[in-house]
Ligand binder design. Structure first.
Ligand SMILES: C[S@@+](CC[C@H](N)C(=O)[O-])C[C@H]1O[C@@H](n2cnc3c(N)ncnc32)[C@H](O)[C@@H]1O
Length: 353
C-alpha cells in the first residue's frame, strides 16, 4: 500500500536558488503528494548556509548563481536523473527568492540594472536556452516586482514556452496569521491550472481561488498564535528595549503591538537595528498603550525574539539556528526569509492536478 502511494507521488529534482535559511524547502516538506529525490540549494551567505545545513543536513552550494553554467545545470540534471530508478513521474522544480532590494519602493529601483539582479538575469538566460525547462516553478519577491522588467521577462519566457502561470500578491494576514508580509508570488507549470479563468496578467490578491473552503477572517491574537507563556518572560530580558533606545527620536514612530492584537508589522532584516518600519515591538501591558511618555514603557516593551519570528513565519517548532549565531544575524536571516504557510498553500496549488 505504502509502496503504491509513493509511486503515485510527484518525484522532484529541486533547484532551490537563493535558498537562505530554506523557507522553500520547509514549505515543500509539508506537501504530501511529492517526494524530493534531490534538492540542490544555492546561496553565498555563510550564516544562511550554516543554518540550512543545521536544519536540513544538506550543505548549500556556496557559489554565486551566475557561475552556474548551462552545461553544469544540464549535467546535474542528467546525473541525478540516472540515480532515480523509476523515472515515472520524475520532474524538475525551480524555487527562487531573488534579492528584493532592486525592486523595493524605498530602494534605488534599478531593477535589472542593479548588480544584485545579475543572478536572476543569468537564471532567465538558462531558462531561455535549456532543454530542461523546469516542469514546476515558484518565485517569491516583494510587492512591486510585478511591475518590473524582471516579471515581464519571466512572463515572456513562460508564454513562449506555452506554460501556464499565475501571479499573486498575498499577506499571511489573509491566512489567519497575525503578521503582515505582503509579497508577490509567481507559480508556473507545464500543465494548465484548472478552474482559473482569470487573465494571466491579473494579480490575484485574495485566497478564494487557493482554497474555496479557507476559513477567512478568524485571525487569532498574537498571544494564542505564539502560545505565549508568561513564565518564560524572565528569560527574555535581553530583548527588552533599553532607556537609550526609548529615548531615541526614531522610537516615537515605533509600531507597538499587544499580545491581544491580531496583527504585527512585517519583520525586516533591519529588525532591532532600526526601530522605524522594521517590525512591531511587543508591549506587554495594554494599559500603557496610549501612554505618550515613551520612557515609562521601560520594562514593558521588548523585541519579538527570533524564535517568535520563526513562528510568525510558520517554520516548524523544531527549526533552530546554530548556537553560535548572534541574535542580530538571526534577525537578518529571518527578515530575508518567507512565510512558509503562504508558500505551502501556493505549492499545493502548483502540484494539484
Ligand atoms: C531574499 S533572500 C532569500 C531567502 C530564502 N527564501 C529564505 O527562506 O531564507 C536572498 C538570498 O539570496 C542570496 N544571494 C544573493 N545573491 C546571490 C548570488 N548571486 N548567488 C547566490 N546567492 C545569492 C543571499 O545570500 C540571500 O540569502
Amino acid at each position: 500500500m505504502e509502496k503504491n502511494e509513493n509511486e503515485s507521488k510527484i518525484k522532484l529534482i529541486v533547484f532551490e536558488f537563493f535558498s537562505g535559511i530554506g523557507g522553500m524547502h520547509e514549505s515543500l516538506n509539508k506537501i504530501t503528494n511529492i517526494k524530493i529525490e534531490k534538492i540542490i540549494p544555492y546561496d553565498i551567505n555563510i550564516n544562511s548556509n550554516l543554518t540550512y545545513k543545521f536544519n536540513f543536513n544538506i550543505e548549500p552550494k556556496s557559489i554565486t548563481i551566475e557561475s552556474l553554467t548551462l552545461e553544469n545545470y544540464e549535467k546535474i540534471i542528467e546525473e541525478n536523473y540516472k540515480n532515480v530508478n523509476n523515472k515515472n513521474n520524475l520532474f524538475i522544480l525551480w524555487t527562487m527568492s531573488p534579492p528584493c532590494q532592486p525592486f523595493t519602493r524605498q530602494g534605488n529601483k534599478k531593477e535589472l540594472e542593479d548588480n544584485r539582479s545579475i543572478a536572476f538575469k543569468h537564471l532567465m538566460n538558462i531558462l531561455n536556452k535549456t532543454k530542461y525547462f523546469p516542469n514546476y516553478f515558484i518565485l517569491e519577491n516583494v510587492k512591486n516586482f510585478e511591475n518590473s522588467k524582471a516579471s515581464a521577462m519571466l512572463i515572456e519566457l513562460f508564454n513562449n514556452k506555452k506554460y501556464d502561470f499565475l501571479q499573486f500578491l498575498l499577506s499571511p494576514l489573509q491566512f489567519n496569521i497575525p503578521n503582515s508580509r505582503l509579497r508577490y508570488y509567481f507559480i508556473g507549470r507545464e500543465k494548465k491550472f484548472l478552474n482559473f479563468k482569470n487573465n494571466r496578467n491579473d494579480i490575484i490578491n485574495n485566497t478564494e481561488l487557493i482554497d474555496k473552503n479557507f476559513p477567512i477572517s478568524c485571525i487569532i491574537d498574537i498571544k494564542t498564535f505564539l502560545s505565549y507563556n508568561e513564565n518564560d518572560e524572565k528569560n527574555k530580558k535581553e530583548f527588552y528595549l533599553t532607556e537609550k533606545i526609548l529615548n531615541k527620536e526614531s522610537s516615537k514612530s515605533m509600531d507597538l503591538t499587544l499580545l491581544e492584537s491580531k496583527s504585527s508589522n512585517c519583520f525586516t532584516k533591519n529588525y532591532t537595528r532600526l526601530i522605524k518600519g522594521s517590525g512591531s515591538i511587543l508591549l506587554l501591558n495594554k494599559e500603557k498603550y496610549n501612554n505618550m511618555e515613551l520612557k515609562s514603557l521601560k520594562g514593558y516593551t521588548r523585541f519579538f525574539t527570533p524564535k517568535e519570528i520563526l513562528k510568525f513565519l510558520c517554520f516548524n517548532d523544531n527549526f533552530e539556528f546554530p548556537e553560535n549565531l548572534s541574535n542580530k544575524s538571526q534577525y537578518k536571516l529571518l527578515g530575508n526569509s518567507l512565510n512558509v504557510k503562504v508558500v505551502f498553500e501556493l505549492m499545493k496549488l502548483l502540484f494539484n492536478n
